[in-house]
Design a protein around this ligand. Sequence first.
Ligand SMILES: NC(=O)c1ccc[n+]([C@@H]2O[C@H](COP(=O)([O-])OP(=O)(O)OC[C@H]3O[C@@H](n4cnc5c(N)ncnc54)[C@H](O)[C@@H]3O)[C@@H](O)[C@H]2O)c1
Length: 421
Amino acid sequence: MTHILEFKVKDQSLAEQGSLLIEWAATHMPVLAQIRHRFEKEKPLKGATLGACLHVTKETAVLVQALKAGGAKIALCGSNPLSTQDEVAAALANIGINIYAWRGETREEYYWCVNKVIDHKPVITLDDGADLVGTLHSKRTDILKAVKGGTEETTTGVVRLRAMEKAKALKYPIVAVNDAYTKHLFDNRYGTGQSTIDGILRATNVLLAGKNFVVCGYGWGGRGLASRARGMGAHVVVTEVNPVRALEAVMDGFQVTSLTEAARIGDIFVTVTGDTSVIRKEHMTRMKDGAIMANSGHFNVEINIPDLDSLAASKRTLRSNLEEYKLRTGKKIYLLAEGRLVNLASAEGHPSEVMDMSFANQALCVEYLVKTKKLEPKVYDVPKEIDNKVAKLKLKSMGIKIDTLTSEQEKYIASWEEGTV
Ligand SMILES: NC(=O)c1ccc[n+]([C@@H]2O[C@H](COP(=O)([O-])OP(=O)(O)OC[C@H]3O[C@@H](n4cnc5c(N)ncnc54)[C@H](O)[C@@H]3O)[C@@H](O)[C@H]2O)c1
């Protein structure tokens, strides 16, 4: 491990390889490229120190470069112990980013990295899962006063932050980037859908066609995953706790049942709920010999791993991100990527094209926070103008034209007098 004052990464000699990966991602991120271009000229973030806790991927590096072009100083750590791409981390260290991240951090190391970012005294925080905000509010309240605002990338983070707001514990404003349409409609759905399948295949290389593929949770991530698994020829079974979402899954053509029932028939199980202990002992004992479990929700608590350990007589790693648990009954169950986000731990996370929109929202929301004078310590929606702007830029980059309302249509839509003709 290299340890120089301003950064800590696994192996700095990987920097050149990392730069090539970042270059490849940037090729597919035209919206962020336009923002970067403007930032380079206008320097809207000049002098601002940003503290970021994000998955250290090639796409995050493209965001970091845009923010740097805007004049910001950036300290970055990973938002999951297994999601850092070490080549990318090395490349970022090389361009002067205060980065503290490597793949395979222990829990202690993970929070050491978070604290190193806080040591830089950020005025704006960028979080993915709210660990940075959580640490600032619990263990580093010394730094809290100077923080002007923050952004949050994912559903689980937004849920945690809204709970903080409700308990009046939140001390500075946060923009919920996750809730922008141009984020969750594409990132959570198509990004999670594709990259979760990618992670499962890289870890196992099993055939999906003909398999019973159980998706726990039919939210944005679950919808995307279910449709992609169906596209690969799997028979998809959905489990839910929300009756409306369950009904939606039924009408989308999926089999819906309780996890107790699904446990008996599933070949592959994927949790994507943001909840805890979704797959527990009672489900694991019902599973078929050879069943595979993975998680694509934010934290590694959706599959109850202590339950799995308690049932196991032995455990061994068969290949990267694939662990075999031999239960005392003789049955074997497989766990991917230690139950952590399988798309990031076992693959490369979302494709660059969707991160283009998520991170365009991040960049524009950081600019909004830097420029906005006073906001209450609450969770805010992404301003509508930013969301629409990202959609427009994305369409433009894809060469797609859409219609505009005529003045007659504008008037018609805004009026209440018009009715049956
Ligand atoms: N893997 C990734 O890269 C990635 C990307 C985006 C979001 N996420 C994470 O994925 C999780 C889900 O995000 P989302 O945007 O789909 O959230 P969402 O709120 O849209 O959907 C979650 C769904 O899970 C259901 N659910 C909750 N508990 C359940 C249980 N015990 N059994 C079955 N269903 C249950 C809810 O009713 C809801 O419909 C979050 O943790 C989020 O942070 C991961």
